[in-house]
Ligand binder design. Structure first.
Ligand code: ADP
Ligand code: MG
Length: 354
């Protein structure tokens, strides 16, 4: 039930973005005036769309959209913390063996976890995949509230503090040479909700680029990645939602090509306790939902970086966020505050359209 509600919420969001992409997708010089699209509900507990704006035949589109879904499926299984898959050691296997033994994994999972550690350092720990023990407490309360809303509650403070003793990134021990991963504390666990979907989206984008398939748009649960431009050289336009009125007009529309657009926001996943909303992005300093902004959008080519930074910058004040961005080239950010105030980095203005 929870999954259906979440999927339908994401579907509405995607349809909005999709409608916008289509609306702005009228092309001058190619035969197709609307993209062909394909949808899957199978990956990352969300809805995934592939759009093709080129003159590919149906058969070609079938081949490359299936190729995209194969990539998503592969990473979905590797990053799953709830399910086992035969013949695969995934993140669940690593979590299950916390404090017990190192687990031998595929090089792709090693590369991803090394990347996550780099993102931890880059974001000064604001995006921490070892927050699993804390996130689980919030996740459990949210799940229980979905079943029994009248008795919804937030995690107890002592439970949060206890869980927080097990969130050190140093508990994740990666042996690149022997291709093993070990969680040294039995009460520690990995949760890659902040970065996994974006990382997999980028792998799917790279698959298209390797096959010279430009003119495609991926929308993986609202994580947008455009590959190249439209065939006539135009960019696409995507709307940034108003986090205080997600079904209302877009406060900003951005022209994008060869880039990703990823938003973390208070409206994406939340539950209510005594009339107060608690969303799903947790500030590691307070162990409570981050309260700095209503949404935070990142524009940069790499979807994994965009996903990591969207969560991280959502969890710190604007000044700290700008300091993090000063260490990286080619990243733009849009901060939307709960009072509606919008702030952005220097180049965003050039990308906005009326
Ligand atoms: P979404 O998954 O809705 O696109 P995010 O990319 O911001 O949004 O990821 C939110 C998810 O990341 C949460 O559901 C949780 O699993 C995880 N998470 C929440 N807070 C943090 C954090 N500070 N660091 C790392 N992971 C987090
Ligand atoms: Mg993220």
């Amino acid at each position: 039930m929870k999954k259906i509600v979440r999927i339908s919420r994401v579907l509405c969001q995607i349809l909005l973005v999709g409608a916008l992409l289509i609306a702005y997708g009228c092309q001058k010089e190619v035969n197709r005036d609307k993209p062909i699209g394909k949808v899957s509900y199978n990956y990352f507990d969300t809805v995934s769309y592939v759009y093709d704006y080129t003159n590919d035949t149906e058969k070609e589109f079938e081949q490359f959209s299936n190729g995209v879904f194969d990539v998503l499926c592969y990473y979905h299984q590797l990053f799953d913390i709830y399910n086992d898959y035969s013949g695969i050691n995934n993140l669940k296997t690593i979590n299950d063996n916390a404090g017990i033994k190192p687990v031998e994994v595929d090089k792709d999972l090693i590369d991803f976890l090394v990347y996550c550690k780099q993102m931890y350092t880059l974001t000064s720990g604001k995006m921490n995949i070892m927050l699993g023990s804390v996130l689980r407490l919030w996740h459990n309360c949210r799940s229980e509230a979905a079943i029994d809303p009248a008795n919804s509650k937030i995690p107890a403070e002592n439970e949060l503090l206890e869980a927080n003793k097990h969130t050190s990134i140093d508990n994740l021990i990666i042996d690149e040479e022997n291709r093993t991963v070990y969680i040294s504390d039995k009460d520690s666990s990995i949760d890659v909700g902040a970065v996994g979907k974006g990382y997999a989206t980028e792998k799917a984008a790279q698959y298209l680029i390797e096959n010279e398939k430009y003119g495609y748009v991926l929308n993986i649960g609202g994580n947008i990645r455009t590959i190249g431009t439209k065939p006539n050289g135009d960019s696409w336009v995507t709307g940034i939602k108003n986090p205080n009125d997600p079904d209302g007009d877009f406060p900003i529309k951005i022209s994008i090509s060869n880039t990703s657009c990823v938003t973390s926001g208070v409206y994406e996943r939340y539950y209510t306790v005594n009339g107060i909303r608690y969303h799903h992005i947790i500030d590691s300093d307070t162990l409570f939902p981050a309260e700095y902004f209503a949404s935070l959008t990142i524009l940069t080519s790499d979807s994994g970086l965009a996903d990591s930074l969207s969560t991280a910058l959502f969890c710190c004040d604007e000044q700290t966020g700008r300091e993090i961005l000063s260490k990286i080239d080619g990243v733009e950010a849009i901060w939307i505050y709960s009072d509606g105030k919008i702030s952005y980095t220097e180049n965003v203005e050039k990308l906005t359209v009326d």
